[in-house]
Design a protein around this ligand. Structure first.
Ligand SMILES: O=C(O)c1cc(=O)[nH]c(=O)n1[C@@H]1O[C@H](COP(=O)(O)O)[C@@H](O)[C@H]1O
Length: 244
């Protein structure tokens, strides 16, 4: 299914992150949430556990009329040839969005963009991870990047746009600055979302769904506040309601 990135409703902004290695758990959540949220994100944990066949089982388990767009979040980071080959290998799964790490550099990003366009299959939107939402300024110092998170995110976002990426993943804390820098058409997909009172866990730069959208986020990536809730469908509905 091709993905129309125009945002017609509050629900379309929400991608639920289904982080589990178990196929039945993933399938159950996807089916329960399909009519409520705008998309499903399957990432490293599920892909390592279940591979492409697992992705097909989850997405194919939903009727075409209700199947939400797939965000396949593998955060590729390798030499250009390897990343390009991995992007090509993902295309048959028909993701609406893919992720690569912008810190892989310009040649890697350009190779990924080229690879994504090389077949007749629908072209996914390529998003570049800037600075992970689990990091803060001290973490960047500890890995030898002596810049603030905001400056690093701005720099990587500019590089991603210049390399032809469709958008970036960034924390809500930088969204307003990055929207101003990169203009209205660059996709800002934002994890690190916590409804008021939800446990923050390993995230360091967080915001509520409403505030993140008000700051300029196009899409929100939300995992545990929905998937770990006693009633995931009710939790997702409450978040969408907050965005109306
Ligand atoms: O690329 C991502 O989606 C991502 C980037 C980032 O900087 N931070 C981040 O949390 N994510 C993903 O977003 C999801 C957030 O999940 P929760 O913290 O449970 O809401 C996880 O699947 C992460 O892998």
């Amino acid at each position: 299914m091709t993905f129309d990135a125009s945002i017609g409703s509050a629900a379309q902004r929400v991608f639920v992150s289904i982080d589990t290695p178990e196929i039945e758990a993933a399938r159950g959540l996807a089916e329960r949430l399909a009519g409520i949220v705008g998309g499903v994100k399957l990432g490293l944990e599920f892909f390592v556990g279940q591979g492409p066949a697992g992705i097909r089982a989850v997405m194919g388990g939903m009727a075409a009329e209700v199947r939400p767009p797939l965000f396949l979040d593998l955060k590729l980071h390798d030499i250009p040839n390897t990343v390009a080959a991995a992007v090509r290998a993902m295309l048959p799964l028909q993701p609406a969005f893919l992720t690569i790490h912008t810190s892989g550099g310009p040649a890697m990003m350009r190779a990924a963009v080229e690879a994504a366009s090389m077949t007749d299959l629908p072209r996914p939107r390529l998003l570049g991870v800037t600075v992970l939402t689990s990091l803060d300024d001290d973490d960047l110092v500890s890995v030898g990047q002596g810049v603030s998170v905001l400056d690093q995110a701005r720099r990587l976002a500019e590089l991603a746009q210049s390399c032809g990426l469709d958008g970036i993943i960034c924390s809500p804390a930088e969204v307003a600055a990055l929207r101003a820098d990169r203009g209205p058409d660059f996709v800002l997909m934002v994890p690190g979302i916590r409804p008021t009172g939800a446990p923050v866990g390993d995230q360091k730069r967080v915001m509520t769904p409403r505030d993140a959208v008000d700051q300029g986020a196009d899409f929100l990536v939300i995992g545990r506040p929905i998937t770990q809730a006693a009633d995931p469908a009710a939790a997702a509905r409450a978040i969408v309601k907050e965005l109306l």
